[in-house]
Structure formats: C-alpha cells, structure tokens
Design a protein around this ligand. Structure first.
Ligand code: SF4
Length: 343
C-alpha cells in the first residue's frame, strides 16, 4: 500500500486529523482513550489542546508520530494527514511504525518536547554532541556545519555562553536551561510542526513565562506550527491561536483562544477557567472541579462530563452525546444547553 500521493498542498492546513479513535488492549478489557476526534493545524499557527490528565490529549498527539505503546490500536476509520515539506500529503496511519518515511518525519518534520527534559537526553553525552547527532540524522550537512547549527540554536533559545554550554552534560544545567536545551534539540532539526506536551508544567512561573515567550519568538522566527498540550487554560491564553478542549477522549468545545478564554460556553471549559492560578492573585481561592474524571473503562453514557457537571439535566445529558452547535465560524460547543431542540 502506498502511503503518499502526489497531491500538492492546496489549503493552509499542515495537519488534518479526522475521526481519530485510539484504544488500548489491557487485562481489564479494551480502553478507549480517544473517541472519534477531529482537529487541524495550520502552518505557522499554534493549536492549544487543553484538558485534565486522562482526557486523551497526549495520546491523540503522540499518535501523529506513531509513538504509542504496543498495546494501542488506531481504529481503521481514523485519518491523520500530514503535508510534508516536499509538498506531498502522507496518511500517517498507513505508515509502517519503524519504516523509513516515518523515521524521516519524526524529528525531521514533526518534533516533540515534553515535561521532563532529563529523560530526552542521554546522561553520558554532552548537550552539544546530542544536538549534532540529531542534526546529522535529519539534515544534509557536514559535522562542522552541524556544530555551528547547534551553537546557533543554543544561542537562539537564550542559553548564555553557548560555546561553553555546548560542552556540558545535561546534569550540569538547571531545570530551565535543560528545557531550553531540549527545545534547541527539537528546533535544530527544522521541523514544520512542534508538539509541546506540558513543556512548562514542572517549571516555576517566572521560568515558565520565559519559556513561553521564547517559544512564541522562535515560532515567528522559524515559521513552524505548534500543538501545545496543557491542563492550564492560563498557559493556553498566552500561546494559542485556536483551542480544543478535551475530556475523556472527546472534544467538548473548540474556538479561537479569545472565544475559549472570554466567551466559553461549555460548563467544563468554564470550570477549567475558574481553576486557573492567577499571577496577581489577591488570595481568592481557586475553584477545583468537583469529582474525578471517570475511568475510561467505565465511560458514562451521554455527555461524558455529566457526572461532574453542575448544570446536568437528568434524562437528557446522561442519555446521548450532544451534537455540535456552531456559535460562530470558528466556535463550536457540544452541550445540550445550546441545542434548542433538546432543551
Ligand atoms: Fe452539562 Fe449536560 Fe452540557 Fe454535558 S450536555 S455539559 S452534562 S449541561
């Protein structure tokens, strides 16, 4: 089966995900982690995916690089179309997990950064050697050129004395510096899409703000698209153009960052907004969302949020999944409160 077509890029989308459904075979049975979601990412823009842990946001994006455990199953109806740098459109779900084309895309065109940079570095090689190795794997340059790219990238991510840091080992850097170095590794391969999975969660708020600014600046410089995954809508407000709100493997609301932050219509999004820690907090208590996200092994019928929703309508919300209601060209909500015929 051929995985590429000669179709040239027509639209602005870099990535189109349609009806993505991912399950895991476990001893307790089949767990559905992602349940038929759609999203797209435009060139040069940032898509934020927000939700509590267990919502399926990491699983759905790691599938773009096919970095899922062996017991995962991507449903046959799912489609992940990625537009490569050479203009060809690739159906990622049809690529061999360890085949040449997927290896080229991983790192070379889609890069990943995540919460704990230590686990992405080998402790026995210097930061510089690890960047050179990544550059040589994905770019057609000499070793000397790779070294200059590495030093330039360390400089771009705001690491002082990059020629000196280049020779250091990962354990010699602070947490914030290691995070910057991981971004340098990812960006030195010149990807067109960067997946940033909770990259600032373990950092204090000042370093977090610096890293978010750095990512925005680099994005403008390098023109790459970003998928930014987080549980914190306050972070999304600082980085995203468009936002998808996920819960228990489903999208419950999507819109521009402005629509989601200032005009959210879904009770779950509104609850996440109330849980944002404020930098200038005057001591007002944050409102945690009551209850826990249900186990995917016992998914509730109807709206997946109905077991925790303050506005639940028994006999309606616990029976069927709400249909999408279009609030604007860009704003969609899945909630019976907005479905006139059902309420
Ligand atoms: Fe709450 Fe019902 Fe809307 Fe779900 S559909 S968010 S339970 S009001």
């Amino acid at each position: 089966m051929t995985s590429t077509t000669n179709e040239t890029i027509n639209g602005p989308d870099l990535l189109d995900v349609k009806d993505l459904k991912i399950s895991f075979k476990t001893d307790e049975g089949i767990i559905t982690a992602v349940d038929g979601i759609n999203f797209s990412v435009k060139r040069g823009q940032t898509l934020g995916i927000v939700g509590e842990s267990g919502s399926g946001k990491s699983v759905s994006t790691w599938s773009i690089m096919r970095l899922l455990p062996k017991n995962s199953i991507i449903d046959k109806s799912s489609s992940i179309q990625f537009h490569r740098k050479d203009g060809k459109k690739v159906e990622i779900t049809r690529l061999k997990p360890n085949g040449r084309e997927l290896r080229e895309i991983r790192g070379g065109e889609v890069a990943l950064i995540f919460q704990e940079p230590m686990s992405s570095f080998s402790p026995v090689y210097t930061i510089g050697n690890q960047i050179i190795e990544a550059v040589l794997q994905h770019r057609n340059v000499s070793k000397d050129e790779a070294k200059e790219i590495a030093i330039d990238m360390l400089d771009k991510v705001g690491i002082s004395n990059p020629r000196q840091r280049f020779k250091q080992f990962p354990f010699e850097l602070s947490g914030g510096m290691r995070q910057r170095a991981m971004i340098a590794v990812a960006l030195s391969m010149n990807p067109s899409l960067l997946i940033a999975d909770e990259p600032t969660t373990s950092l204090d708020v000042t370093i977090q703000a610096q890293i978010l600014k750095l990512m925005r600046d680099l994005q403008q410089d390098l023109g790459m698209a970003i998928i930014f995954i987080t549980h914190n809508l306050g972070v999304i407000a600082q980085v995203a153009d468009e936002v998808e709100v996920m819960y228990l493997g489903k999208i419950l609301e999507r819109g521009t960052a402005k629509e989601i932050i200032h005009r959210s219509q879904h009770p779950y999004t509104q609850a996440l907004l109330k849980a944002i820690p404020q930098l200038d907090s005057t001591g007002e208590r944050l409102t945690a969302i009551s209850g826990d996200i249900p186990s995917p092994l016992s998914r509730p019928a109807g709206c997946p949020f109905h077991t925790r929703c303050e506005k639940v309508m028994p006999g309606i919300c616990d029976v069927e999944m709400p249909n999408p209601t279009q609030l604007s060209d860009t704003h969609t909500v899945y909630c019976f409160l907005h479905e006139e015929k059902d309420v």
